[in-house]
Design a binder for this molecule. Structure first.
Ligand code: DAH
Length: 351
């Protein structure tokens, strides 16, 4: 039988050799477990006579304490080592420069939006806002859009559940043009009664906002932004529209080197109708005609639907895409970049 001193030696060696707490607990079992060496020795005391048992028992218990002390020391050492590893892994180098917090900036389309508002306000236009969930009247019927117009089809339009008071479908507005009728009708309701000599103050408004169509590719997104413009008075002419819009483009693009042309087109709510094209005088896109807006003289039926007498009032309207203007201003060629929220793209437009 090995001496008790040897047992202490062996236990210390085994404990120190245990690389982790699982190995240590195994080693512990060999000495202090149910059938461990020291436990067995204590059990064997029963065979001794009382005097010898007392002396031998005291000796074994002393050894047991020594083994337990060695065990606890090793446990502590292993725990310290684990903690040390963690602390150095999670160490913070207080001498490193801070990460800082970048400040965000306006989305490029919102910049265009704000710029457009600012420019039109500076020439006397009001800015109006209206619902994105529209009804059939404002989005189509009041704008003289015939029942069989393709824009009304399920393929082109997002219809939403529910109907309006006329039992007509509700939809996400496909353009900002409904704001023409909303704004003008409210204007008529407000001024018609008190109008001096029956003449109302002119309507001069833009309405920027979100619009929706079932459409998705590099130049179309199911959600996009338009700005509607409307100018109604007794004596405006196409020349006024042309002047205001051309000035707007020059201010917006910060250059006088822009050519503008009005190309005959068709919209149900204007007659005559035009497509406004522009061409830059210099730069990457120089000399190429780019379609920038729809426009036209407000159709007599639409004027009537606004509560206005088409014999007396004449109006001009336009509807331009805010994404389009933004793409041209910054030379962006894929509309989808606007809606992907990719920081690498957005951070190119710092505040
Ligand atoms: N609402 C038309 C569209 O979304 C654009 C437009 C064309 C607006 C002519 C107008 C206009 O006000 O006069 O395609």
């Amino acid at each position: 039988m090995v001496s008790l001193d040897q047992v202490v030696e062996d236990a210390k060696r085994d404990f120190d050799g245990a690389a982790d707490s699982a190995a240590l607990e195994d080693a512990k079992a060999r000495y202090l477990g149910k059938s461990g060496i020291l436990t067995e020795r204590l059990k064997s005391l029963g065979a001794l006579d009382p005097e010898a048992r007392k002396a031998a028992g005291a000796e074994i218990n002393q050894v047991k304490s020594a083994v337990e002390a060695a065990l606890n020391a090793r446990r502590q050492a292993l725990a310290d080592a684990v903690l040390q590893t963690r602390l150095s892994a999670e160490a913070i180098d207080v001498t490193m420069p801070g990460r800082g917090q970048d400040s965000g900036s306006l989305h490029p389309v919102m910049r265009t939006w704000e710029r457009v508002e600012q420019i039109f306000r500076s020439v006397g236009f009001d800015v109006a806002d209206g619902p994105e969930i529209e009804n059939d009247w404002f989005n189509f019927t009041a704008l003289n859009s015939p029942e069989n117009h393709p824009a009304r089809s399920m393929q082109d339009t997002f219809y939403v559940e529910g109907v309006d008071e006329q039992n007509k479908p509700l939809l996400l507005r496909t353009h900002t043009s409904p704001m023409q009728v909303r704004y003008a009708s409210a204007h008529v309701a407000k001024y018609a009664k008190d109008a001096k000599d029956g003449v109302m103050p002119p309507i001069k408004v833009i309405a920027p906002g979100r619009t929706y169509r079932v459409d998705s590719d590099a130049t179309h997104s199911p959600m996009f932004n338009q700005v509607e413009g409307l100018w109604i008075a007794e004596n405006v002419s196409f020349a006024d529209l042309k002047g205001v819009y051309t000035d707007f483009l020059k201010t917006f693009f910060e250059t006088d080197a822009i050519d503008v042309r009005f190309r005959p087109s068709y919209f149900p709510f204007t007659e005559p109708s035009a497509e406004i094209d522009m061409a830059f005088g210099s730069g990457k896109l120089a000399g190429r005609w780019l379609e920038i807006s729809g426009a036209g003289q407000v159709h007599p039926t639409v004027l009537r639907n606004m509560g206005l007498d088409p014999e007396r009032y004449i109006g001009f309207a336009f509807g331009s895409g805010l994404e389009r203007l933004t793409m041209l201003r910054y030379g962006i060629d894929d509309l989808r970049l606007f809606f992907e929220n990719d920081i690498r793209f957005l951070s190119q437009f710092p505040a």
